[in-house]
Ligand binder design. Structure first.
Ligand SMILES: O=C(O)CCC(=O)C(=O)O
Length: 616
């Protein structure tokens, strides 16, 4: 609907213009796109967002064969809990696609690969190493070499890839197995070590101080849809079978993961859905939903290792990565034994600890969400999702101010009421407006302060005092510059007497925003109506010069609340009175909008930092 500028008084025009501009902004926050796959792109559902990743507590599964643990103190949303299926309850392909894969929640399938030939043929305790050595003979594989072993960082700057014959790697496994039986930890068989060295493309890599347990055969391709030439272990396909519930999937890759000594793969996510199947040994997997990525400090989105966490597992530095201290609160842990498989949805962070001599195979396939995203829509979804995350960020920033603040103010107002302090407050305010503020206004226009409730009076008193404390009231009558050009030198004192500038984004630090936040919409209306009539210059200074970004955000949200609760006519009247107090009504609206946009800008920067690893 267009805005009529014709016969309307300026403040009504302003009210309509303000309302429609603000409403337009609000619209985008409330817009709930019904496309299912869009909502799935952001893991947390809209109703979760206001809960600031506040997950409800999960229940550990008491199962000796397989267990899922949720860290103590964690608030894990129940709908994000790992689901677990017994062998005799495995889902069909249709059920898997419609109920498990589409939910993007991890699931464990117990014993689902026990019928693979590999399950018995590769078992190191049943001659599996000899079998593998014979089957693959001289095939050359690429292993990960890490000097930080047993931690293997997938980040390409923290490991090297070295080529060696598969049979040599198996030889290292045999060596380790022997060591385990002999109970000797630091034994390295010289003959075998020399053999590895001489077989490597870069022999120097394993010389000197590097021990064989610093090698991990990670992500060695058994099948690759895109890079057939990189496939090193195709023969192994004969010993594995795609689980029935994956049969309809177009696989992108099948990989082998095999370690001789204990190893840890650092936290990362993959751009594919994943089924990680344990053939021998045991793995512990810690999982975090994509929404918890701020706690893991993902590397910069443009970096070479953008899917990896920046946090070092050996020595996490919480002074650099403070959010990481809480990462456990959003994690789930699962222990997988031979025969089990874990569905890791795309985007979920996982950190994997493997026991000695663990062999696993994983299947990667493209999610239907990614497959259905047409490239020509990327630009829109980028903006749409970014906006959704910013909205969540803003809600979280405001949610930090608890309802306790509101209660405190109410209590305070009641105490004042009973102590008879209201009278002196009214007197102060009366004095104040008689002396300075009623520039050109008739005294009879003043609204009786007695008419407003104790909460409103308290808030009014606090706001007026804050403004008067901040400026030399004698100067208020000087013409004001518009807020868009005004380089404010004005400061606000917070509760601790600290001087704050108006560049504020945190509700807790901003006394004005805090007062506005604690007021019920009708009280806010009362305060502004009284201010507009009795203290128009104070209101002008407040809005044009002292309203911070978070203050503007709070104010517009309150206006929106107010609008919902009042009739069209009352709404018009209110905005007429409110904007009528300003010499330049458009400057008032601009000041509010500009500050509000600064608040959104800060939310944007936070999103870039927390989710994209990019500090702006
Ligand atoms: O097993 C491991 O060490 C890591 C497995 C992994 O990252 C994966 O399957 O994507």
């Amino acid at each position: 609907m267009g805005i009529s500028y014709g016969p309307l008084p300026a403040s009504i025009v302003l009210e309509q213009a303000f309302s429609s501009r603000i409403k337009r902004l609000y619209c985008s926050w409330m817009l709930n796109i019904d496309l299912e796959f869009v909502s799935r792109l952001v893991t947390a559902a809209p109703e979760r967002t206001a809960r600031s990743l506040g997950y409800s507590r999960g229940k550990p599964a008491a199962d000796s064969f397989l267990s899922v643990h949720h860290d103590v103190g964690k608030e894990m949303e129940e709908s994000l809990e790992i689901r677990s299926f017994e062998f005799d309850q495995l889902p069909s392909a249709t059920q898997f696609a419609s109920q498990i894969e589409s939910s993007n929640i991890p699931a464990v399938f117990k014993g689902c690969i026990k019928d693979w030939k590999a399950f018995s043929n590769w078992n190191p305790t049943e001659g599996g190493l000899d079998y593998l050595q014979e089957r693959l003979g001289t095939s050359v594989v690429e292993a990960m070499l890490s000097r930080t072993a047993p931690i293997f960082y997938g980040d390409i700057r923290r490991h090297e890839r070295v080529a060696l014959p598969f049979s040599t790697f198996i030889g290292l496994c045999k060596q380790h197995k022997q060591k385990m039986y002999d109970g000797c930890d630091d034994y390295v068989e010289p003959e075998l070590h020399r053999q590895v060295d001489s077989n490597l493309e870069s022999p120097s890599l394993l010389s000197g101080d590097v021990a064989p347990q610093q090698l991990y055969l990670a992500q060695a391709p058994i099948m690759s849809a895109e890079n057939e030439e990189t496939v090193q272990l195709e023969t192994l396909k004969e010993d594995i079978a795609t689980p029935a519930f994956l049969e309809t999937k177009k696989l992108a890759a099948i990989n082998l993961w095999m370690n001789n000594a204990k190893s840890k793969s650092s936290a990362h996510y993959d751009p594919h859905h994943n089924l990680l199947c344990i053939v021998a040994g045991c793995k512990q997997v810690v999982l975090w939903p994509p929404a918890a990525s701020p706690m893991l400090y993902p590397m910069s989105v443009y970096g070479e290792a953008s899917n990896h966490s920046s946090i070092s597992l050996e020595n996490p530095d919480f002074s650099i990565y403070p959010r990481a201290e809480h990462s456990g609160e959003y994690s789930q842990k699962v222990i997988l034994h031979a025969g089990d498989a874990l569905f890791i949805p795309e985007g979920w962070f996982h950190q994997v600890d493997s026991d000695d001599l663990t062999i696993a195979v994983n299947f990667w396939w493209r999610s239907s969400i990614m497959s259905s995203l047409s490239e020509h829509m990327d630009a829109y979804y980028l903006r749409r999702i970014l906006r959704r995350m910013m909205d969540r960020e803003m809600n979280q920033a405001l949610a930090k101010a608890s309802s306790a603040d509101r209660e405190r103010l109410k209590r305070h107002a009641c105490e004042i009421h009973t102590n008879g302090e209201l009278d002196s407050m009214e007197h102060d305010l009366d004095q104040s407006c008689q002396k300075q503020d009623l520039k050109g206004k008739e005294p009879q226009q003043r609204i009786l302060l007695q008419k407003i409730g104790p909460c409103s009076l308290q808030a009014l008193h606090d706001l007026v005092s804050l403004v008067h404390d901040c400026v030399n009231v004698a100067d208020i009558n000087q013409p004001m510059q518009s807020s868009s050009t005004f380089n404010s030198e004005l400061n606000v004192k917070n509760d601790n007497g600290k001087i704050m500038t108006t560049e504020m984004f945190h509700l807790e630090d901003d006394p004005i925003a805090k007062i506005l936040w604690t007021l019920e919409p009708h009280a806010l209306q009362e305060v502004f109506v009284v201010m507009a009539h009795n203290f128009p210059r104070t209101l002008e200074v407040l809005i044009l010069h002292l309203l911070s970004p978070v203050g503007a955000e709070v104010l517009t949200r309150k206006f929106d609340d107010m609008d919902q609760k009042t009739s069209e006519e009352d709404r018009k009247k209110f905005y007429q009175v409110f904007y009528g107090a300003f010499d330049d009504q458009f400057a008032a609206m601009d000041a509010i909008l500009n500050q509000k946009e600064l608040f959104a800008l800060q939310a944007f920067k936070n999103v870039m930092d927390k989710y994209l690893g990019e500090k702006l």
